[in-house]
Design a protein around this ligand. Sequence first.
Ligand code: SAH
Ligand code: MG
Length: 235
Amino acid sequence: MRPRTDEWLALARSVKGFMPDDEGLALYQAGLVAARALTPTRPLLEVGTYCGKSAVYLGAAAEESGTVLFSVDHHRGSEENQAGWEHHDPAVVDRASGRMDTLPWARRTLERAALEESVVLVVGPSPVVAAQWSTPLALLFIDGGHGGEVAWADYRGWAPKVAPGGLLAIHDVFPDPADGGRPPYELFCEAVASGHFQDIPELSCGSLRVVRRSSEPPDATEAPGADWGPQASSA
Ligand code: SAH
Ligand code: MG
């Protein structure tokens, strides 16, 4: 039998990963709001699966809303997940190759959550997938690599795919540099400054910030970033 919502949320709490429970609940709520805002219902998509923690929060929202979540990751870890870095976990290293491989962990999480019908794992580099993607999204969650090059590539590649009226959620947005790295905050600022998105503070929580795609394209003469982000990397 399929777990109920509270069982999904309890499972999400127990999964290895980088998503505090209050922010995960906000993500779940944003998924519900986004899926229900659009007719026809569109899929949700996240960049940065890791071991499937946020995928359970968003997958629960997708399944309850009759849509699906695509979760994109090459499963080789971000820079900060590699050996010697702050967020390294030796348990997710493939002993045969010595490289990180979180795919088996993510599959196990989705199996335990009974979400294999509603969460589709897409394994590969995010910009390569984005370049081939044409389905409008009800919600995009950016939580992949946090370096400047990688984060901007995610924004430029994926943000235009959010359907008008759909939501963009960005994780690890820290206005104060003392709290964390700059790129996710810069993406959030760019999204709002571009005129493509409006800040939705009531759906945000902690470092999870949520913005809504405008229904009308911005006036390019008034919004300098209306071309989907600075061309030069801010790395
Ligand atoms: N959302 C997860 C945490 C994601 S950590 C949770 O809830 O726990 C960031 C993930 O982004 C890592 O698993 C890493 O492999 C992935 N990643 C980083 N850069 C990537 C890229 N360019 N393409 C695909 N995946 C990437
Ligand atoms: Mg994160």
